[in-house]
Design a protein around this ligand. Structure first.
Ligand code: DO4
Ligand code: MG
Length: 309
């Protein structure tokens, strides 16, 4: 499977390239940021990726580089909500304000919310977190659309929209605090080009949570159960503001554990989306332990010390 990746080489230089799925990455010439790629039209990007995959400059061994989250520049991570029936049921069960979730499920205007700037996003192997002032927390396994400057879907990623159910459940106006904090946003390290996914409307999504090695929750769904048109989500996001470097738009979760389950520090979360990839992250219970993300802005290689903890 071809993936567009962002990575740091041994000297700490950040580049973008095409990973061929067989262990080699060919770097894009003069386009060091994903943001640069998302300024191209879908047709221009496709021709660049296909050309680079065949005769791009120096090939890097994938195992010798540090794969980074595929967001940079002025990109933004947004998310949508209550797009699967299971999500509607779960919000109705947890919230003091049930009807708003019932109404939004069928409303023309979707729920869209800002999730993270690029530097706050973690990727495969890096820690996510639950808030220390929240009692009920969950990972939310979601398919992410990678949208270019024009709002065209040019790729797909796996997203974990880690959330506090108790904070949002207490009052929906607490949504930004339930959704946006250190360690709440994880995105898989490769972008699978949109032209490589035949049926985005029929992808299996699975979630496994392990605690001390044992599986404590597992679930699966398919994008067949998605209740909206992904194009409509992107159109609403693009409707009233520009995204000069594009965005990642997460499409909502269809897997939510029962109210008797909460994610805990020490757990390990693995999400797989068929044909798009796997996103696996350990869970912390202390946001301060993610303060290294500030340092990683200028020193990407220091992320190595935070993988697989
Ligand atoms: O309204 C709350 C957020 C819902 C959400 O994030 C989801 O359905 O995935
Ligand atoms: Mg979500």
């Amino acid at each position: 499977m071809t993936r567009i990746v962002r990575f740091a080489d041994d000297s700490g230089t950040v580049r973008t390239g095409v990973a061929d799925g067989a262990g080699q990455i060919r770097a894009f010439d003069r386009l060091p940021r994903v943001a640069d790629l998302l300024r191209l039209t879908a047709a221009e990007l496709r021709s660049l990726v296909e050309r680079t995959a065949v005769d791009g400059p120096p090939a890097f061994a994938e195992e010798s580089v540090l794969l980074l989250p595929p967001l940079d520049g002025l990109m933004e991570l947004w998310a949508s909500g209550v797009t699967y029936e299971r999500s509607r049921e779960a919000r109705v069960a947890e919230s003091t304000e049930r009807s708003i979730y019932e109404r939004i499920y069928d409303a023309d205007r979707p729920e869209l919310f800002f999730k993270a700037q690029p530097w706050r996003v973690v990727t495969d192997g890096e820690p996510i977190a639950v808030r220390d002032d929240s009692e009920l927390d969950v990972p939310e396994p979601e398919l992410g659309l990678v949208l270019n400057r024009q709002g065209e879907t040019v790729g797909y990623v796996v997203v974990n929209d880690v959330s506090s159910r108790s904070i949002e459940g207490e009052n929906p106006l607490y949504l930004p605090q339930a959704k946006v904090y250190g360690g709440s946003a994880a995105v898989s390290s490769g972008i699978v080009p949109a032209w490589e996914i035949d049926e985005p409307g029929a992808l299996w999504i699975s979630l496994v949570i392990r605690r001390e090695g044992a599986v404590v929750f597992e679930g699966e769904t398919s994008t067949v159960a998605f209740h909206r048109d992904p194009r409509g989500l992107a159109d609403h996001l693009w409707h009233a503001q520009p995204f000069p470097d594009g965005a990642v738009l997460s499409t909502g979760t269809g897997i939510v554990p029962g109210l008797d389950f909460t994610l805990r520090a020490g757990d390990f979360v693995e999400i797989a989306v068929d044909g798009v990839g796997v996103l696996a992250n350990p869970v912390l219970g202390d946001q301060a332990r993610l303060d290294w993300l500030v340092e990683a802005i200028d020193d990407p290689l220091m992320r190595r010390g935070h993988r697989g903890q």
